[in-house]
Ligand binder design. Structure first.
Ligand code: ADP
Ligand code: MG
Ligand code: MG
Ligand code: MG
Ligand code: MG
Ligand code: MG
Length: 662
């Protein structure tokens, strides 16, 4: 999450009144950053990953596992550990980047939305060296070890995306009754959220803006004994604490869907994110665009979320649930009522796949852009007057169609151009699958790009593998100037496809046929022919956009198409890049272990975590083929996940996901 400002947050009706004001100040702050940093050059190619954990607490005697709400205590223990602080780790000032000159600083820990969550990053960003890549997995293991050491003996930091029974009775410790004033959820208490005022205010104001609670509905998985039509048996239709209790009486919980009603069901999910620093803004914009079409592919490949609220779901990933959990659109914006008070119909939640491309790359054809993209034209005009080009101004004017949700009274007194609080307010509550991060004003940090779609994996080995793969493909993109452009609306379509159960083996995704430049017509006679001096060399005339891409399986995208002139595959592209870099044999060997995991996940040899978890549930003796994931199953599943985290398949458990790794 972003910076944790302190102050008095406005309730929604007051925040709404100052929304335009915050937006225009945010745009001025963005322009100040733009002026200062647009010409910044030669920044190092740094990168860093973020790992999110669920803190679980075992009750061995009763075969019960709950979520521990001790985030604040654990962070306090980390922040006061003198040894850890001396090693440069712990809980440092946000983003100062100060590692006290320590070469291998200890990891750092951050709060997250859920009071049962923890986030950890390396003590300093990774560098460009190949050797750094081999430090990632040990560092992730170090993080988990430190986290564990600052917990109680009954607790463990687990990397499942979601807690299988979140939203059921007796799943939290300490326990609180649901139906608090902020979330008004009938399933989870307000105490589920980080108590820092920003988080409950975010949840409350999203609900308030919408005019009802969020509706996080996931299709239930229909098994042999699942009653059909299925009615979520945990929904209470007779609650009368809040006006929002009417939601379910007004149809918020349709048949055959698992119904959830609070931000915690989405923002309480764990993911794996990678941030890159580019050498300059242009390179950052290229990385943003070229990684964008890879988002849905990596979402499908890392699928790990087959259970919600104690039921098997008919989808495999978390993405749309988070999207719905923070969807603040009003009935007018959703198209349910005629537009009267609101400005636009909005096709997407503020948590959604990317909606536009931002590079000034001549290969970016206008046909790849969404003709229906909604932008705030006044703010765009201001950005252009301020010197920003059309593509980037469009991107930010699109993010700024949203209202700021959490506004602190203290920040409204005067516009401070040495700060970025108003800009970050909008930027950090637009959760797309990539984020273009401008430098923090006044810092030495460069332009950064964040890759956000991946689901957290059970083991540090897998999390390292996916991080390293994304780093290497990014290097290959830059080194070979690869082109993955397809129309952005196809990327959004792919994002939906990625949700389908076992999409990695059962579905096809839109993908560009060739990542290489088209051969100019004058050179089609093959290498060696050159353009005669008296004839101007003309760039190839581009054909119809539809001819540039087709539907491919994840296996074809990752490992290559088995046909003449077919897509070469992301792993073979990474291999060519490594070949071109003369990586030493030992490093190359170590990297091969990681690439092998990706290759085999894509070709179906290894299972995704979603498939493994589903299979674990369906073969558990307590499973009655009725989609119910009981307490008993949950206990064994979480225990198994812990064991896999420690043994990484060496003892045979989880080998379908990991191989036997001998
Ligand atoms: P957020 O939660 O806003 O996405 P975080 O501060 O949690 O961001 O961390 C993002 C990642 O970026 C961390 O892994 C961190 O090590 C890394 N990072 C920090 N500074 C840089 C930088 N200058 N370039 C690239 N990565 C960086
Ligand atoms: Mg996080
Ligand atoms: Mg973070
Ligand atoms: Mg974060
Ligand atoms: Mg942060
Ligand atoms: Mg992040």
């Amino acid at each position: 999450m972003g910076l944790l400002a302190i102050g008095t947050p406005l309730e929604w009706p007051e925040a709404k009144k100052v929304a335009s004001h915050v937006r225009s100040w945010g745009i001025e702050q963005l322009l100040a950053i733009w002026r200062d940093y647009k010409g910044k050059e030669r920044d190092a190619l740094l990168w860093g990953d973020e790992i999110e954990y669920l803190v679980v607490c075992y009750d061995q005697n009763n075969h019960k596992v709950r979520l521990s709400l001790r985030q604040a205590d654990i962070l306090a223990a980390l922040a006061t550990d003198e040894k850890l602080l001396a090693e440069g780790g712990g809980v440092p000032d946000v983003q100062t980047g100060d590692t006290k000159g320590i070469a291998n600083p200890a990891p750092v820990f951050h709060p997250e939305f859920g009071r049962f969550m923890l986030e950890a990053t390396p003590g300093k960003p990774w560098g460009i060296g190949f050797k750094d890549l081999l430090d990632v997995e040990p560092n992730m293991k170090w993080r988990r070890k430190i986290a564990r050491e600052h917990m109680e003996a009954s607790e463990f930091p687990i990397t499942l995306t979601t807690f299988p029974r979140l939203g059921n009775k007796d799943t939290l410790i300490p326990d609180y009754p649901p139906s608090g004033p902020k979330l008004r959820s009938q399933f989870v208490p307000d105490e589920i959220a980080n108590p820092h005022i920003r988080f409950p205010t975010l949840a409350a104001n999203i609900r308030w803006r919408r005019g009802r609670k969020v509706q996080v509905n996931v299709p239930v998985f229909k098994d042999e004994n699942t009653p059909w039509p299925w009615k979520d048996p945990t929904v209470n239709y007779d609650l009368h604490n809040w006006p929002e209790d009417d939601d379910v009486r007004n149809g918020a919980a349709p048949d055959n869907f698992i119904h959830m009603d609070a931000m915690a069901f989405g923002m309480g999910s764990c993911c794996l994110q990678i941030t890159f620093q580019a050498k300059n803004i242009e390179e950052g914009r290229t990385m943003y665009d070229q990684l964008s079409p890879l988002g849905p592919i990596l979402l499908a490949l890392t699928a790990a979320t087959p259970i919600y609220k104690g039921f098997l779901a008919d989808t495999d990933v978390r993405w749309n649930q988070i999207s719905r959990a923070v969807d603040d659109r009003t009935p007018e914006e959703l198209g349910e009522q005629p537009l009267k008070n609101d400005r636009w119909r909005l096709p997407k939640s503020r948590y959604a796949s990317n909606s536009t491309y931002i590079s000034q790359d001549p290969r970016l054809r206008k046909e790849y852009l969404d003709p229906d993209l909604i932008v705030d034209e006044d703010l765009k005009k201001r950005l252009i007057e301020g010197g920003m080009d059309n593509a980037l101004a469009t991107h930010f004017a699109h993010l700024f169609i949203r209202d700021p949700i959490v506004v602190f009274n203290e920040d409204l007194k005067e516009l401070d151009l040495t700060k970025a609080d108003h800009f970050e307010n909008l930027q950090s509550t637009n959760w797309q699958h990539m984020r273009f991060k401008p430098p923090p004003i006044g810092s030495e940090i460069g332009w950064r790009v964040e890759f956000r779609p991946m689901e957290i994996q059970i083991t540090d080995f897998e999390n390292a593998a996916f991080s390293i793969f994304i780093v290497l493909i990014t290097r290959a993109i830059l080194s070979f100037n690869l082109n993955f452009y397809i129309p952005i609306t196809r990327v959004s379509e792919n994002m939906e496809t990625a949700h389908i159960r076992d999409a990695v083996s059962s579905q096809k995704f839109w993908f560009r046929k060739s990542p290489f430049p088209a051969q100019p017509a004058s050179r089609s006679n093959g290498p060696g022919t050159s353009t005669p001096a008296n004839m101007p060399s003309r760039p190839p005339t581009p054909g119809p956009v539809e001819d540039e891409y087709e539907q491919m399986s994840v296996n074809e995208i990752i490992n290559g198409q088995n046909k003449e002139g077919g897509f070469p595959g992301l792993i073979p592209l990474v291999e060519s890049y490594l070949n071109s870099m003369n990586v030493d044999v030992e490093t190359r060997c170590d990297l091969a272990t990681y690439l092998d995991l990706i290759r085999k996940r894509a070709n179906g040899t290894y299972w995704t975590a979603a498939k493994w978890i589903r299979n674990f549930v369906q073969t558990h003796p307590d499973y009655k083929k009725d989609s119910v994931v009981s307490d008993e199953i949950t206990y064994d599943l979480v225990k198994a996940a812990e064991q896999i985290t420690k043994e990484e398949g060496h003892d045979g458990l989880g080998k379908e996901m990991l191989g036997s790794r001998r």
